[in-house]
Ligand binder design. Sequence first.
Ligand SMILES: NC(=O)c1ccc[n+]([C@@H]2O[C@H](COP(=O)([O-])OP(=O)(O)OC[C@H]3O[C@@H](n4cnc5c(N)ncnc54)[C@H](O)[C@@H]3O)[C@@H](O)[C@H]2O)c1
Length: 1626
Amino acid sequence: MTDSQPDLYKVSILGKESIHCGFHLIPYIAHTVLTTLSSSTYVLVTDTRVAKFHLGAFQAAFDAELSSIPVEKRPRFLSHLIPPGETSKSREGKAEIEDFLLANACTRDTLILALGGGVVGDLVGFVAATFMRGVRFVQIPTTLLAMVDSSVGGKTAIDTPHGKNLLGAFWQPEYIFIDAAFLETLPLREFSNGMAEVVKTAAIWDENEFATLESRAVDITSAIQIESAKNSHAGRTVSTRSESQKLLLSVIVGSISVKAHIVTIDERETGLRNLVNFGHTIGHAIEAVLTPTMLHGECVSVGMIFEAEVARQMGVLNQVAVGRLSRCLKAYNLPISVTDSRIASLPAARQLTVDRLLDIMKVDKKNSGTVKKIVILSRIGATYEQKATAVSDQRIRNVISEAVTVIPGLPRNAPVKMATPGSKSISNRALVLAALGQGTCRLKNLLHSDDTQVMMQALIDLQGATFSWEDNGDTLVVQGGGGALAVPPNGKEIYLQNAGTAARFLTTVCTLVKSDQKGAATVITGNARMKQRPCGPLVDALRASGNPIEYRESVGSLPLSITATPAGMHGGHIRLAASISSQYVSSILLCAPYATLPVVLELVGGQVISQPYIDMTIGVMKSFGINVTRDVDASGKPLDVYRIPTGPYRNPPQFTIESDASSATYPLAIAAITGTTCTITGIGAASVQGDAGFAKQVLEPMGCKVVQTEDETTVTGPPIGQLRAIGYVDMEPMTDAFLTASVLAAVATRDSLPGRALTGAPANTTRILGIANQRVKECNRIKAMIDELAKFGVQTKELDDGLEIYGKQIEGLNHGASVDCYDDHRVAMAFSVLSTVVAGTIIEEKRCVAKTWPNWWDDLENKIGLSTEGVELHSSAGPSTSRSYEPEASVFLTGMRGAGKTFIGTLAAEALGWEFTDADAVFESKHGMLVSEFVRDNGWAAFRDAEEAVLNDLILTRRKKHIVSLGGGIVETPSAREALKKYAKAQGPVVHVVRDIDEIVQYLGTETSRPAYGEAIEDVFRRRQPWYAEVSSHEFISHTQPATPSQHPKSNGHVGGTAKVDPILPAGSGVEGEVKRYFEHITGLHPNLAPNVQPDKRSYFLSLTFPDLTPALPLLDQLTTGVDAIEVRADLLSTSGLPVTHPTVPPRAYIATQLAALRQITRLPIVFTLRTASQGGMYPDSAHSEAFDLFDLALRLGCEYIDLEVSWPEERIRELNSRKGNSQVIASWHDWSGQMKWLSSDVNQKYKLAAELGDIVKIVGTAIDLGDNIDLHLFVRSLGKAPRKPLLAINMGEQGKLSRVLNSTFSPVTHPLLPSRAAPGQLSFAEIQQALHLIGQLPKQRFYLFGTPISHSMSPTIHNTAFSALGLPHRYVLMETESVDDTVRTAIMAPDFGGASVTIPHKLAIIPLLDRLSEEAQAIGAVNTIIPRKGSDGARELWGDNTDWAAIHHMVASNLKGISPTNAKGLVIGAGGTARAALYALHRAGICAIYLFNRTQSSARILVDSFPAAYNIHVLDNLDAFPNGAPSVIVSTVPASATTTDSSVKNALLLPASMFALPQGVVIDMAYKPSVTPLLSLARTVNSAWIAVTGLSVLLEQGYRQFETWTGRRAPRTIVEKEVMAKYLL
Ligand SMILES: NC(=O)c1ccc[n+]([C@@H]2O[C@H](COP(=O)([O-])OP(=O)(O)OC[C@H]3O[C@@H](n4cnc5c(N)ncnc54)[C@H](O)[C@@H]3O)[C@@H](O)[C@H]2O)c1
């Protein structure tokens, strides 16, 4: 070994001194390993990041050592690099290293060196544990976490998608080399991550070590901020080691020693070793939610504070310890609460719910059974038990909940006697003075709160004093700096949170910093609220006296930059405006002794505020040896002029801080409100604190009994409900106590004491004045009290200088109020007083009490005896909390007269099976006259009033299952608009029916029944349009003109004016179809979502890329072949009809009409997308507002899916989510750059965010090569099978095609007929199916038709055409058989059996072969479709269904227009199997009287008898003599040749014209050759208003239904129909 021997600390573990610690050890490591661990091969494994910094040095050191060994004996030194990060710690990562070892012929004597952080150590350790049944290895940790934790103890592991560290082994390394110099290259955040473990170890084990950590944070951190390697490896030997290096090493060694000791006693983690899990029970649960964004140590840091609070709540740990722990962790820049901005700003933080955390904790290995265990601290350096302690869920819940509720009742411990924490004001003053003073001062009863912590930290940052603790933390020992202060190192800003006192005091303290260095300045800053609080007068005064101070942001507030001058604070005559805050005065007083010139402080600018606090400051200064004098006038009256001599403070050896008088107001108020007694010790008549007067000046006049001695105060309240209003009270001497007074005044209903009552004010008035300054405290407290009391139903009035509160009986207060505390401790504690008598009150931010009484809730429980419970607040936004109306809530329609409200409303009511109400009709029946008559007789104003009354009545009485059409003018009345808005917000949908104004004008021209407009209709339209939009939640475009007229026959499948069969439209298209879809969707009756979006199914959407969709509409049926939805790329739409060339916001109106046109043609769900330019689209990235207006439009129009890029502002996404109703959000991310790596934590984060914001997650990358698709697949697999949001994950580009084939949710597809692909590499639906087939994901299936004679059947054409159009590999073949024999049996039992049609004569005979029948097939007693399905036990079963009836039913129901089925009669001709289906179909269509005619009556009779009597079927003997009127629906099921209209034809049924006696009806002939049968032609000649449906239409319809049940895909109707027609016409 060439380099100098390092100085080492050796730590023993498991009986061996195998842990060697020092600086710059690389040569030593090489030497030690080679000389003590002989091997033929040394393999160093590290990650690429560590390699960059340190591999070279290792290589060199090994080369140097090896060069001295003869070549033939020289062992090999190999190195192997892995990617950095947790993803390497996987089965694949392990296999990869093993393959490397095997490929290099490594044998059992191999020695592996693990160089890196915990990831490398855990992974390589596990490889070593199993390679060749275990080989030796050495740990060389390079992160602090790995040094003090993961490398020590022999635990090795890898992760699986099921969780972290699930596979592993205990495998001890031969050596652990701790080289602290590695930390110099480690990012600071990683260093802090490791410090969490160091602090944890000291907290459970060693108070002295903890004291070092808490007081020396700056030094410890600075040790890693030098590059000692460049400085001839400073630190390698003790003589070259800096102080901070020594400190760092001792801290690391100390921590390792504890862990090594524990491991040695309990290697396999059975008891004692559990102690190192302090902070981990809750910390791990937090980590599970926030990983990988937050690091392990950061989560454990928060966990430690939670667990310390659990200990505190149990009464085991004091607040001092909790405070010290918090402060120490903060000093290493670790978060200590989930409200830390680093955590709170993460989207995943919203998942940190109490239930979620408790749920995760269930699987903690420390648990015994279901009981959770936590390591409970008893003090710093010791634990409650030598193992983890069982803790109830309720206790954990109470601690981690952010909100709390107090269970009303009497204090169990009454009469209560207690002390309150030390006064915040005195604590802060004493801290400043002891720090500025000379010598040592022991501060007792110091308040341990956020505020004092902030103050101490700032004094440490200014290097003004050192602090240490005695008496288990009860005493703070301050080593004063005598007034010497320095600018914080490394440009550190002093962060003061929202601590007003610290901010004001430190402003002047910072002027004491002396420096010759030009530009040296101290920056003090705070949180957002602090940055609003004033400090202007103080800054003005200091500036005027010669100290330069700059505002960094807004004038008058923090942050400030205070320049250090050679002389420090200038002093002299200082004029200060002191009407806003006494803290300005105290600030100058406290520092004045150290000014260059003696200070004369003159207070100017009106009434000085809070004199008691000024007196308090002077009093405390006196205790530290400085006497302030106050000038008096000739009469001896004190003036506002103070004289402060110069000279140092001399620290008294001990200073005891008085208990806090403001805090005392809360327990005393609880006694007052609950009628019990409470004594507060340490605060009495002699107190220097103004708030000590609260009992006498506020509680006594309210009717309490108050006894006050010099140092004790006792209050007994009157019986509950008997508090008196005070009348007037001036609270200027005790401003902070006004909140407590206000909550008592809220229930003070008895008259004020004589002489206090206010003239002219109600007897229950309490008027509090003198508190204007409370507007600029932690929050605007006056407003806060007014707003929060209002939630209880308490009335108040704001005054310039205070407020009035009008007392209310306790019984009359609202229960369940949720109090917003505005992060203000006093608001929280004041309302906790009120919540002792008002049930269900929730205090939302319970932790804000930490400012002055961190354990208030524990003291409430333990000392006062009132129970509290943690409450989980539910966030108001998020995908799960979307607007939900009551099920079946009625829908109100609004819109212009003539817009089509009645038409649409009637169709909607029919579609939903609800009742239609016309508000005009209700009005007319109520008033017994037409609307026009009412207006004529009573005028418009009276009409509007009466109309509104009807509206209110309808809202009240027609709550469910009504479609209510309102008069167009209802929006003219503001209160009616309000009523509608309210309805739309919470109760049910209000739909604006929109129609083009020109069409309305045209339509109204013919209408007369309603009052004429007195003005131009266009003007009315313009005025009302915004109102309709404002009151409605939805919008329906009433498109009366078909989008493509040629495609729109007026009915489904009927014979038109010629004998030719018209094109057949998909079921439910046109206006009726759209009304049905829209209203079923928005009411939630049948949300129109794609059924294939679910696990184990594949779904697709077609991306429409046309600038104008209308020309594509005729092709739509073909374009959408196979898909489940249509994506409308709204960013590509353009009014010009030409492709969009640069990012533009498309016009709203254009989008609306485009969507409406599309809806006329298809019922497929629409995915509404605006792709931004940066994610590959044409929408401008920054036009947020406009985008969300368009998303809003899409929701209003009932688009089923909205694609929202997760890069949109998150609050907007959440807000939209909250209103999405039955529609769903696809949260998407697109990477065009090709940079995105699927296996990176970045994608994981994007996924988590999207999963939180959307119902469906969409992540799109760009594939550079095939491997990117494999990575994508691994990423998807890593998410596991556990229930999760559907995921659309694909890669763009030619190379990405494979991912498009494999993706299962909403794969975007193109179609050969489209002008361009929406994205590179996009495939068509059929192409994907073909690819799936080729790779074995879509096996070929066989389908059959069983029956005879079937050789002319159209079914093979229908199904095979459809299969081929969809790219499916299946075949449909005829199996002509006389009987249901073995061939049939074999076919249906074959594994490739896909389904079958069954026709004459087997529809009954097939039944015994089937496992189950549908309800309909059972009722009909015949099966025409066989479907193989998975049964509930997972086994295949054969299911029999009947699609004949469904096709007949559809034709009847969709053509019965205007005829009520209940009044209609039906006629079925024939008595075979099809007649059975027809009878059933008519019954299901609601037809109440059905007649059956068959030439052989006996068979008819048998058939009728086989149906339930309730079907009301009668046998008809004579077609010409229809009893009680003629039929409206006729279905013939006999062959066409068996019927005739020619009386001369023999052996055929003569059809009489009388069958068509009714003016309209539907006639269906099931026979389809010829297309126009005698029956249909008779119908046409007798009455052309009848709708005649051909057998071919029914045949096709039932075939489509079969196809759809077999494949789960819509049949490509246009294509099939074309093919069938071609065959048919042959
Ligand atoms: N076995 C145990 O008892 C145990 C205990 C605690 C944690 N762990 C495991 O440890 C892992 C976390 O370890 P970690 O925090 O060290 O993370 P890590 O190993 O991922 O290292 C953190 C990052 O710092 C880089 N890095 C490491 N040393 C560096 C250096 N000196 N200079 C510059 N960069 C450096 C790494 O490349 C990595 O990017 C987790 O997998 C955890 O499960 C194991």
